[in-house]
Design a protein around this ligand. Structure first.
Ligand SMILES: [Zn+2]
Length: 486
């Protein structure tokens, strides 16, 4: 099964329920698990791979009802029909899901770190039985439809949703419950998707290993929420230390939250080892955003002597001037002159010029907003009614021609940035690796070879400095999966 298939299945299945019968903690550890937990108490848990787990050599039907699969995890005969096989035949879907889970967990531990508590899943697998029951997982809330559920006390996972069987991510999630050491929320809060998902540790590790894009989306949204709540600005002079702390805290929530008794809590150093990479990553995004807004945006909306057009006369770019006011009344809004505008003024302009298409400015990157606004402004300049109003306000044919040329050029420049450094939001976290980076830089520079923007100050800057490209490349490389040591 591919990762994306198991992921979408896991997402579609919404969540899985920790059966109410399960106890929060468990005193009777087996010897190995006790040793692991002892090590947790002694030192940081983030280091390297979580053990050198080897697969059990033999996978067999040990009796009519039980298949012993990879890592000793037992499959109940109730799942045979969901496998599409007959009793006694080899359950290949189950086997590949367990191996897929193992591969992801090992890769995750090696590249991003995992606590040893998560390693307990390997201790639990030989004692745990996976059964399939479409009527399983009773939940008091009828609006919640779990894919699966787990009982730590009975070492049992029940798969309820046949369409997602046997997703590797959900299997991992349920095995976390079986360890009885990862749940940090009350069962009620864990089981309800609308309640405090962000502070849930089981969901955190699941996303950390199986859906990093999703985790970054969540962290980015939480970071932005915190910045708004604390009224922290990204415009100069921003307090970047506080911006960083807000990013770090967005990640640390599930590792700090704790309502379960006898559960080992993370110390500050351990939280740092897991959250610093996420905070660093979010700060790279912040820096790129700042670079785009305060470094490149003025070059996109500006009109310099290098540009291959005649710039609109200065009165047209002064919102207080009579011709600019008349143009605005006719629906033609020019982006504020970068020599004088503030980021707030630019935001206000995008709202006014693009309001109907973009009620929420965060939906799109500033470059794409500018591109769409400039194109729609350009289109309006072909409307005879608009032209009539502009003429009545005293704008000459030459003024109109300069406005058309200006908007065309601004759209072309914005497109070059939007398709280049501005694409960070759409592909950064995929970590496409070195080959993508090698293609990326020439692709950005190739856009600047287009005749209409080749000579602009924007492209001169991109060619000479490339700091926005450099930041983008850093982001691209950041999550590149490292090769696992053998
Ligand atoms: Zn769960």
């Amino acid at each position: 099964m591919t990762v994306s298939a198991s992921l979408s299945a896991a997402l579609a299945a919404l969540l899985c329920v920790l059966a109410p019968a399960a106890r929060a903690e468990e005193p009777d550890f087996d010897k190995v698990a006790r040793g692991l937990v002892e090590r947790l108490r002694q030192g940081p848990r983030a280091a390297g791979r979580i053990g050198t787990w080897r697969d059990e050599p033999r996978q067999v039907w040990i009796d009519a009802n039980t298949f012993r699969g990879p890592f000793g995890l037992m499959l109940d005969s109730s799942c045979v029909q969901w496998e599409g096989t007959k009793a006694g035949e080899y359950p290949a879907k189950f086997q590949s899901a367990v191996y897929e889970m193992h591969r992801k967990v090992q890769e995750c531990a090696a590249t991003r770190g995992l606590p040893s508590t998560v390693g307990l899943i390997y201790e639990r697998m030989p004692q745990t039985r996976l059964r399939c029951d479409a009527k399983g997982c009773p939940n008091p809330d009828p609006t919640v439809h779990p894919a699966a559920c787990a009982s730590a006390a009975e070492r049992r996972i029940t798969w309820k949703d046949q369409s997602s069987y046997p997703s590797a991510a959900t299997l991992f999630h349920e095995l976390q419950h079986v360890t009885a050491h990862i749940d940090n929320q009350s069962t009620v809060d864990h089981n309800h998707p609308a309640l405090h998902r962000l502070r849930d540790e089981a969901y955190f590790w699941e996303a950390h290993c199986f859906d990093q894009e999703g985790l970054l989306r969540t962290l980015r949204a939480e970071h932005e929420r915190r910045l708004r709540a604390a009224k922290l600005s990204l415009s100069p002079p921003a307090d970047l230390r506080k911006v960083y702390e807000a990013a770090f805290d967005s990640c640390a929530v599930p590792l700090r939250y704790q309502v379960r008794d006898h559960r080992i809590v993370f110390n500050a150093r351990e939280i740092e080892s897991f959250c610093r990479p996420y905070a660093d990553y979010l700060m790279m995004e912040v820096n790129l955003k700042r670079q785009l807004t305060f470094g490149l945006m003025p070059l996109m909306t500006g009109c310099s002597a290098r540009d291959p057009i005649r710039c609109p006369r200065s009165e047209l770019r002064d919102p207080a001037s009579a011709p600019a006011k008349a143009a605005a009344e006719a629906g033609i809004l020019l982006p504020p002159d970068p020599a004088v505008y503030s980021p707030a003024e630019f935001t206000e302009w995008t709202w006014k010029a693009c309001y109907k298409r973009y009620p929420n400015e965060s939906e799109s990157s500033p470059a794409f907003l500018l591109m769409d606004c400039s194109r729609s402004q350009r289109a309006k300049l072909d409307d005879p009614k608009v032209l009539e109003k502009l003429k009545a306000a005293g704008l000459s044919d030459e003024d109109v021609a300069s406005l058309k040329a200006f908007n065309e050029l601004a759209a072309a420049k914005a497109e070059a940035v939007g398709e280049g450094p501005g694409r960070w939001e759409t592909f950064m976290e995929k970590g496409n690796g070195e080959s993508a980076v090698k293609k990326f830089v020439p692709a950005v520079l190739a856009r600047c070879a287009r005749p209409d923007i080749k000579e602009t100050s924007l492209c001169a800057e991109l060619r000479a400095d490339s700091s926005a490209i450099h930041l983008t490349v850093q982001l691209l490389l950041h999550w590149q999966p490292k090769t696992l040591p053998r």
